[in-house]
Structures are given as structure tokens and as C-alpha cells.
Design a protein around this ligand. Structure first.
Ligand code: ATP
Length: 659
């Protein structure tokens, strides 16, 4: 049983004010978290630990938070640890003098590399007690490993891991975030715990009694709102320590150079569903372009001094500093030098800074029209030279989030759109505004939808236009943005983005490659991947060969503890993979099956007990390189899709009965 009493302070009486945070204290907190599945207990454990950090070692709060969520630096820095199981096994082997074969066997039996490391160490005679690890030391060590690149980087990474392992005592070696914490704490959980810790700490410093529930909730809202506009702990944590949590909004605002998580849309099944949702409100229907989301950040030389820190991530271009970020906050500037090189043509004079939300779409320069998404995929992803670009892209801008020194996310969409159209200059085939129509007439919306499809778009994005509900909601899948895709209307429903967990060898012509794959949805509540289908349709022979090449290095010995799948032997795939690839998949419909586990907990206590949702006749559409596994379709969304389908089926059955 995890108890608050046994956390941080009691376990580490030697941790004194001014000391660096002992890594073992973090490990203990993680161990306690692993013992519970109750979210409130997890938050309380984290908050208590963070209060201790604030009290004793506030300078270490940033690396502590980063290790807790397993992110060494903000997403847009592109720094990722990038060490798989095989590299860690090699490092354990080399640092303990045990053969790789023995380590593999242990891993197969124990199933947890942390424990394998601990066992390997405890078999070794200890010559001297290593100096205790600190959170800052581990963070720096891992950062060093992550930054290694180029020739010989494998060996350098292994030697970095060995250094950390040899400094870790057996306990720390075994507890560096294993099992369900492999992904680190969910960001949402951490934000709540951090807000609570800071509110409590501030009250204690001021000599006040324990803060009320309202005060805690207020602190959480402040931190969550600030983080959604400026997702950078590097900026937020020092500001919060200096100015206090309740003043954070005055000091940390959206700024060019720090990409924010984009606003997303909810799927709808029909135009009438849109009309029901937006009844009596003004809304607008924009074309839904089928390309890649792009957030363009810009600061003119005259405004750089206003953003000294954040603009360091931006590139120098002729008109000023600029970068393009993906849906995932990755820097795409090296992929789209042709867009950045053309800023002069569409940024009007007098514009000193902006953040634009756009879609880049492949463009047919001869027929002057949008090309299908597949064309865009043929472009190189890195180190593109503008003069070598064969597939031209056009930027379709649909939102303005920051303009001339001020965030505009709280303005209405109508105001943001007016500003966008006023201050930027469309140039055919290079920079255009998303096409739209403002209407709430069903027939007119239908016409717009047909026209959007003729223009090679996926359908429409229907957005609230006025009132406070039309503000831009970073990182939210909002009900104020609805997507109407042409496919839904054919009754197929939305596609799903799923993680590849395993594969089956092919038959006949396909024996040297994987012929089918096991896919999963993501359950963010307990951070598990829950299986949803096997898929073998939609792949060309060439794609299967390529997939075999890409997936082979990701093979692991056994399923991870955070994979949920049937335990029946005949249901097991031939190989298991690290959870890395995300694929977009379409399905005919959804059904319940004991073989798969997606959203199974949602059906406990019903006739579907023990069964998960599974896809019937799934078909591969494309790889979603722009999504991380944790951004796959959630099991909650899967359950919603299933229930909606059931409701429609019942409705139809009812109608038939009446007929
Ligand atoms: P999808 O598979 O539909 O792209 P998604 O999860 O990536 O799913 P959604 O919120 O479902 O994102 O759909 C919004 C996406 O559509 C945006 O991420 C953006 O890339 C694209 N898009 C194209 N045109 C527009 C537009 N006019 N307004 C907003 N987003 C647009």
C-alpha cells in the first residue's frame, strides 16, 4: 500500500536544505507511485515530493520535473534519449562483466531491465560504495547521452549509460522509471501535482494555514493555462519560483520561438450533427486541407530584443528570425526552406512578429491546384535545399495566434481572421488563406463540402466564429471545432491512429516479411497500450518490405508490462516491438472481442465484461510520422466510437420497426 507517510522526507532524513535532490528520493517516490493506480494518490505523492524539493533544493526543481515526465528538454529542442532495450542490455553486460546472452535470458525471465540491472550488480563484489547519484547529475548524464550523434555514437551512448549505471547503487539501478512509469508521469498529472506543491509551499512560506480546495484549483488552472500557451518548463519554472504561481500569467505568455500544442477538432458524423451542436450560433466552414500542420513563428530584427530567450530556437531568414514547427512541436525548418525563403513575398511591411497556424499542402504548379497528401509524403524530411525541391508546397493559413507582440488566442475567430487577412498578402501557390464560407444553411454547407472534396480537400472544418467560445484553445480537442470528413458521410466513420505492437510472419509470397500486424490504442489513464486489431490489408509488397526493414531493429524479447492483450497462446504475435510507429487505419465498424483489450475497462459490469473493442476489416491508410505513440487514438475515443455506432444501430432498428 502506498502511503504518504513513507514518501520523501521520512525516507531521506539526510537530505538537507541546499543539498542537490538525491536521485534515490525520486526513485522512492516512483516506487510508491508504482504501487497504486489511484490518480489522486499519485498526485498527492508527487506533490509531497515536489514540496520537499521546493523547500530544500528549489534550484533543482526543473531537472526533477523533467526526469519525472521522462523529457530531458522541451519537445521543440528535438532532444530525445533515443536508447532502446538492446543498447541498455549491452551497457549492463559491459559494466557488470556478464555476457549479453545471460542478460537476455534474465530479461526474458524478469521482464524488467531495471531489475535485470539490479540483479547484475548485486552479483558483483562491491569494491567501494559509489557516490550517491543526484537528480541533477542523472539529468545531465542523460542529456549528454541524448546529444551524442554522428559516427561512433552507439559506443559513446553505451559508455554514457555505463557511467550512470556504475554510479547507481543497486536500488537506484532498479528503480529508474520502469514498468508503467517507463513513459514518465503523464503531463496532466504532473501539472496538477506541481501546481498543488507550489500553492502549498507558498502558503507555508507565508505562514498561512493549509490552502483551501478553491485556492488549489485556482493554482491548477493558472498553471495549466500558462502551460498550454507556453509549453516550456525551462521558461515557466524559474518564473514561478521568482514571481509566485498566481502571478505566472503576467510573466509567461505565448511567444514566438516556443511552439504551442495545436487546437484539435472533434469528429462529427453528419452535417445535421454540426447544426445541432452550433444551433443559434454563428459559425464558419473552412476547407480541411490534407497536408501537414505547420505553425510558423516569426520575429523581425526590430523586435528580437523583446524575446531574448525564446527566439534562440528560430532560424535566421532574410526578413527576420523564423521557424516552422509540426503538430508535435518538432522543428520542420530544415524540411521547408522553400517556405521560409519566401517570407518576404507574403509578410507585409509593419509586421514585427507572429505565430500562424497553417497546413502545408503539395501544389500542382501547372494546373494550379492542391495535390493529394501522398505527394507531400515524397518530399525529403531533412536538410532540404530550396533549389532541389521537386514537390512544391503551398501554405494555407487558417489562424493567427500571436501578432506584433501580443497573443491573440483570446480574441474571437472572426477578429483573428480579420487580422490575418489584413496583415498578410496571399500569393498563389505559395501562401493562401484557407477557403471558407459563413453559413448555417444545410444545403449551402453541403455545397461547400462537395466543393472542398473537388478541390482535393478532406472535407470541412466547422468552427465557432464569435463569442468567447471561439477563442483558440491550445492543445484541446475542442467541441468548438468540428471536422466533417467526406469519408464519415459514406458511413465509414473516422479513421484511427494506432500503435504497432507486434507482427506475424507472412505466408506464401510474404514469408520473408511481416504479413500482418498487431495494433493498439493508448489509454492515458494508466499509460497502457491496449490492443485493438490485427491488420494485413492496405499494404503493397513494397511497403511490406520497407516495414520489415524499419521494424526489425525495434523487435523486443517479450511484450512490455504496459501492453494489454489477450493471454491466450494462439492470439500471440510472432514478434513484439517497441511502441514507436503510429499508423492511420480505417475500419468498416467496431465490435467487442475477448481477443483484444482496447477500452475493456469501460465495459466492466456489462455483457461485454472482459472484452475489448476491436476493428472489423481494418485497412492501412498511411504512416502518421507526425504523431508520437502517446498521441494515438485514446481508448476513451474508441469506446465513444463504439457506443455511437451502437446508438445509431439501435436508432435504425427502431425506425425499421416503425416503418
Ligand atoms: P486528422 O486525421 O483528421 O488529421 P488529427 O488528429 O491529426 O486528425 P484533427 O483535429 O482531427 O487532427 O483535424 C485537424 C487537422 O486538420 C489539423 O491538425 C490540421 O492539420 C488539418 N487542417 C486542415 N485544414 C484545416 C483548417 N482549415 N483548420 C484547422 N485544421 C485544418
Amino acid at each position: 500500500q502506498a502511503t504518504l507517510k513513507s514518501s520523501g522526507k521520512d525516507a531521506y532524513p539526510d537530505w538537507k536544505a541546499g543539498d542537490p535532490v538525491p536521485y534515490a528520493a525520486l526513485c522512492t517516490t516512483f516506487s510508491l507511485i508504482e504501487m497504486t493506480s489511484k490518480r489522486l494518490t499519485i498526485i498527492a505523492l508527487c506533490s509531497q515530493f515536489l514540496q520537499q524539493v521546493l523547500r530544500l533544493s528549489p534550484d533543482d526543481l526543473l531537472p526533477t520535473v523533467q526526469l519525472m515526465i521522462c523529457k530531458l528538454a522541451a519537445d521543440y529542442t528535438g532532444i530525445e534519449l533515443g536508447i532502446g532495450e538492446s543498447l541498455i542490455m549491452k551497457a549492463i553486460g559491459e559494466s557488470t562483466g556478464r555476457s549479453l546472452a545471460v542478460i537476455r535470458t534474465d530479461q526474458h525471465e524478469i521482464g524488467d531491465l531495471g531489475l535485470v540491472a539490479a540483479k547484475s550488480r548485486s552479483n558483483q563484489p562491491t569494491m567501494f560504495k559509489p557516490k550517491a547519484l543526484t537528480v541533477r547529475g542523472v539529468h545531465e548524464g542523460l542529456l549528454g547521452i541524448a546529444k551524442v550523434s554522428g559516427h561512433g555514437s552507439q559506443d559513446k551512448k553505451i559508455s554514457g549509460i555505463k557511467k550512470l549505471l556504475s554510479a547507481a547503487d543497486a536500488e537506484a539501478a532498479g528503480k529508474g522509471g520502469k514498468g508503467k512509469l517507463r513513459l514518465g508521469l503523464a503531463e496532466k498529472t504532473l501539472l496538477v501535482a506541481l501546481a498543488q506543491a507550489v500553492v502549498c509551499h507558498e502558503a507555508a512560506v507565508a505562514g498561512e494555514k493549509a490552502p483551501s480546495a478553491e485556492k488549489m484549483a485556482e493554482g491548477e488552472t493558472v498553471l495549466k493555462t500558462v502551460f498550454s500557451e507556453l509549453p516550456s518548463y525551462e521558461e515557466i519554472i524559474p518564473a514561478m519560483i521568482k514571481h509566485g504561481i498566481f502571478n505566472l500569467g503576467d510573466h509567461c505568455k505565448l511567444q514566438p520561438g516556443v511552439p504551442l500544442k495545436p487546437m484539435l477538432a472533434k469528429p462529427t458524423k453528419s452535417i445535421t450533427e454540426v447544426l445541432d451542436r452550433f444551433e443559434g450560433k454563428d459559425f464558419t466552414c473552412e476547407y480541411k486541407y490534407d497536408g501537414e500542420r505547420a505553425q510558423i513563428h516569426f520575429v523581425a530584427p526590430s523586435a528580437v530584443q523583446n524575446f531574448p530567450a525564446s527566439t534562440q530556437t528560430l532560424q535566421k531568414e532574410s526578413k527576420g528570425l523564423a521557424s516552422i514547427f509540426s503538430r508535435n512541436s518538432e522543428d520542420l525548418s530544415k524540411k521547408y526552406p522553400d517556405i521560409l525563403g519566401k517570407l518576404d513575398t507574403w509578410v507585409k511591411d509593419g509586421v514585427t512578429s507572429f505565430v500562424l497556424d497553417c497546413e502545408t499542402v503539395a501544389w500542382d504548379t501547372v494546373n494550379k491546384k492542391v495535390l493529394p497528401f501522398q505527394q507531400l509524403m515524397t518530399r525529403k524530411k531533412k536538410d532540404v535545399k530550396a533549389e532541389d525541391v521537386k514537390v512544391k508546397v503551398c501554405v494555407f493559413a487558417f489562424d493567427l495566434l500571436f501578432f506584433n507582440g501580443e497573443p491573440c488566442v483570446k480574441k474571437s475567430l472572426r477578429e483573428r481572421r480579420e487580422l490575418l487577412h489584413e496583415c498578410f498578402q496571399p500569393v498563389e501557390g505559395e501562401f493562401q488563406f484557407a477557403q471558407y464560407g459563413n453559413t448555417n444553411e444545410l444545403d449551402e454547407i453541403q455545397v461547400l463540402l462537395d466543393e472542398s472534396v473537388k478541390a482535393s480537400c478532406e472535407g470541412l472544418m466547422v468552427k465557432m466564429l464569435d463569442t468567447s467560445e471561439s477563442g483558440y484553445e491550445p492543445s484541446k480537442r475542442s467541441r468548438n471545432w468540428l471536422k466533417v470528413k467526406k469519408d464519415y458521410l459514406a458511413g465509414v466513420g473516422d479513421s484511427l491512429d494506432l500503435v504497432v505492437l507486434g507482427a506475424y510472419y507472412g505466408r506464401g509470397k510474404r514469408t520473408s516479411v511481416y504479413g500482418a500486424f498487431l495494433l493498439a490504442a493508448f489509454n492515458p489513464n494508466n499509460e497502457t497500450y491496449e490492443t485493438i486489431c490485427n491488420i494485413g490489408t492496405g499494404f503493397s509488397e513494397a511497403v511490406l518490405e520497407e516495414l520489415h526493414k524499419v521494424l526489425s531493429p525495434m523487435v523486443i524479447d517479450r511484450p512490455k508490462p504496459f501492453y494489454a492483450h489477450s493471454s491466450v497462446p494462439k492470439d500471440q504475435p510472432d514478434v513484439w516491438f517497441e511502441p514507436r510507429l503510429v499508423w492511420e487505419v480505417k475500419t468498416a465498424d467496431l465490435t467487442l472481442s475477448p481477443r483484444y483489450k482496447a477500452a475493456a475497462d469501460e465495459f466492466n459490469g456489462t455483457a461485454g465484461e472482459g472484452k475489448g473493442v476491436s476493428l472489423r476489416f481494418p485497412r492501412y491508410i498511411k504512416a502518421r510520422d507526425d504523431k508520437k505513440p502517446e498521441q494515438a487514438t485514446t481508448t476513451r475515443a474508441v469506446a465513444e466510437m463504439y457506443r455511437k455506432q451502437e446508438a445509431v444501430a439501435k436508432e435504425n432498428a427502431g425506425k425499421k420497426g416503425v416503418d
